[in-house]
Design a protein. Structure first.
Length: 615
């Protein structure tokens, strides 16, 4: 089993190095990911006990020893099949999507390297190794968003994603330092085994005392906010759609953005000691879900609509974590990976068919020309909307039911978001496939290599919910085997409450049909509200005014001070002085003997006077 775990982890790294060194390497990288995926499924299906393999020491100090290890529990084994399966599907899809791109070897190298870093993150047994994987996926995200570096917008988007994530990563790093300060270890097992004993300590800061677990959990959560694009640190995710569509499916829908959910679930024993942090998670998750859903209903870029949908669904997952339903959050993470990757790759097929057009207002009446993509987009949208018997019905409805039992604020927000989710999903479908606008370009279905991956994801979008809820019994203690904290479930026996999320989603679908298909109801009349939503609540503009503009102003002042004061009187002043002295000394070199004799005579007189003066 240990050799299998090594292959799962390091085959993607080998594929990445191979693609970096050799051209036409997509088959090798895809084969490596395929073997890793098959072995991950084997480990998951035969999982009976935790596995731990220490490979080599990262560093060894008198006060801290950290090893590079592979640690697999029930949570990690589930994350492995999600990561490797979606990565395999995206690799297959990319063979067709990137066929004519000159940089495809570089692209496959980045994809495989990302998969390696994500696997390292989920199989780590300590915070240091987790942080290595965390930063690794951030770097790969930067490389893949800016893959088409010839585009100015892609470069800006990559830099924006990298900088915004640094805010969250800094908080995560401080949280890790505080974990070591409190527990004298960075090993997950040692930290979690002593949370009850040491987690009750207080820390003094700013003349006040705070419970140390509150500070640790809040810092860890801020790190998760950056990686998982939660409200405030979400601004990088829509711009990240500048990267190739397979990147959006793998990184910004199914894997990297869920790293924050994984970290909170992994550290659930810590978060259970901090009701303050959990309340904060519920509030941020709920507001993120609502914000992203309201923005998605007015966007016209097909990829950005799905990106905001991802942001909204991540808010659902964080809500579940804040309500101590960590198992439900991970269940939704799994089902969401399948149907969101399906929607992104389906959008890629639409963009491919439309010759790179992404504005849904310029599409329409094409469902007969790309029927396979159309049917698969329907499946993804039904799963996202939580309609029975698709995957989203089983996982998202569990979050809403749990919110009903524990938090009325979260319950109301989750229902409103469910309505908006169904609405913008069908707005996208109706405008792209059923609008009466006729496209002048020749629309064609995607090749088989770009349809087979969607069929695999469609299978997961239909059956992963049934499989997880009824066969794996993923919400039970028996499945998780102490890999995360399980709180006694609050049963919902009211049939109407169980039915309410479905009715809410159906209402959203019906409204979309009334507006965009039958045009019985007019669209938003309020220009202010429409502009407010189209401009994404003006977050970018506020950040520009409050943060970026002052920093730019101060930077220019410091630059001018540096150039005109420090440089002028410092190095540049010395250079000018030397130059002036050089020019003056040059004037003495006249070439006439009597000038030199005169200088020698004056020098001798001055020397003689100096000697006489000393005596």
């Amino acid at each position: 089993m240990m050799d299998i775990l090594k292959l799962i982890v390091f085959l993607p790294l080998f594929g990445s190095l191979f693609a970096a060194l050799f051209r036409k390497s997509q088959l090798v990288t895809t084969a490596g990911i395929g073997i890793s995926a098959v072995l991950s499924w084997y480990v998951f299906l035969t999982f009976s006990e935790n596995y731990h393999l220490s490979l080599f020491p990262l560093f060894s100090l008198s006060i801290l020893k950290v090893n590079w290890a592979i640690s697999v529990d029930a949570l990690s084994s589930l994350m492995l099949i999600v990561i490797t399966t979606v990565s395999l599907v995206v690799h297959l899809y990319s063979i067709g999507y990137m066929e004519h791109d000159k940089g495809k070897s570089r692209f496959f190298s980045y994809l495989s390297l990302f998969t390696f870093c994500m696997i390292v993150l989920v199989v780590s047994d300590n915070f240091v190794q987790l942080f290595f994987g965390w930063e690794g996926v951030g770097l790969c995200s930067y490389l893949l968003i800016g893959f088409w570096f010839q585009k100015y917008s892609a470069n800006n988007a990559a830099i924006k994603a990298f900088v915004v994530n640094r805010v969250g990563d800094f908080a995560l790093l401080i949280g890790i330092f505080l974990v070591y300060y409190t527990f004298h270890s960075l090993n997950f097992t040692e930290v979690f085994d002593t949370t009850d004993l040491l987690g009750t300590q207080n820390i003094r800061a700013f003349c006040c005392e705070f419970k140390v677990t509150h500070i640790i959990c809040i810092l860890l959560f801020i790190g998760c906010m950056g990686k998982s694009a939660q409200l405030g640190l979400h601004v990088w995710l829509p711009d990240a759609m500048e990267g190739p569509t397979p990147v959006s499916a793998l990184i910004h829908a199914a894997t990297m953005v869920t790293a924050g959910i994984f970290l909170v679930a992994k550290c659930s024993s810590l978060f259970e000691l901090s009701n303050v942090a959990r309340e904060l998670i519920v509030i941020v998750g709920a507001l993120t879900a609502f914000f992203a859903a309201t923005v998605a209903i007015t966007q016209n870029d097909i990829k950005k609509i799905i990106a905001y949908s991802t942001c909204s669904q991540l808010g659902y997952m964080f809500m579940a974590c804040g309500l101590s339903a960590y198992n439900v959050a991970i269940f939704h993470l799994m089902t969401h990976a399948f149907f969101k990757a399906l929607l992104f790759l389906g959008a890629g097929n639409v963009i491919h068919a439309m010759h790179h057009e992404q504005n849904i207002q310029k599409m329409g009446n094409c469902w007969k020309k790309i029927p396979c993509t159309y049917a698969l987009m329907w499946i993804g949208s039904l799963a996202l909307s939580g309609i029975f018997p698709f995957a989203g019905f089983y996982s998202k409805d569990l979050i809403i039911e749990h919110a009903y039992s524990t938090d009325s604020f979260a319950f109301v927000i989750s229902l409103v978001v469910a309505f908006f989710t169904a609405f913008y999903s069908w707005r996208l479908l109706l405008l792209v496939f059923h609008s009466q606008k006729q496209s002048k370009i020749n629309i064609h279905e995607a090749p088989k290599i770009m349809l087979i991956p969607l069929l695999i994801l469609a299978f997961g979008s239909v059956f992963s919910g049934i499989w997880g809820a009824n066969i794996l019994n993923i919400t039970s203690n028996a499945f998780w085997k102490s890999s995360l904290v399980m709180i006694d479930e609050h049963g919902v026996h009211n049939f109407f409450i169980k039915l309410l999320p479905t009715l809410t989603s159906l209402s959203g679908i019906a409204l979309a049909y009334l507006i965009y298909q039958y045009q019985v109801i007019r669209q938003i009349k309020s220009k202010f509200l429409l502009k407010f939503l189209q401009n994404k609540w003006y977050f970018d503009e506020v950040y520009e005014f409050v943060i970026i503009a002052p920093i730019r102003f101060i930077s220019r002042l410091l630059w001018k001070f540096d150039v005109k004061a420090i440089d002028s009187f410092g190095p540049n002043g010395v250079v000018r002085l030397v130059n002036e002295c050089s020019k003056s000394s040059i004037k003495l070199q006249t070439g006439y003997i009597f000038d030199y004799a005169f200088i020698m005579f004056v020098t001798l007189i001055i020397g003689a006077l100096y000697i006489i003066g000393i005596k």
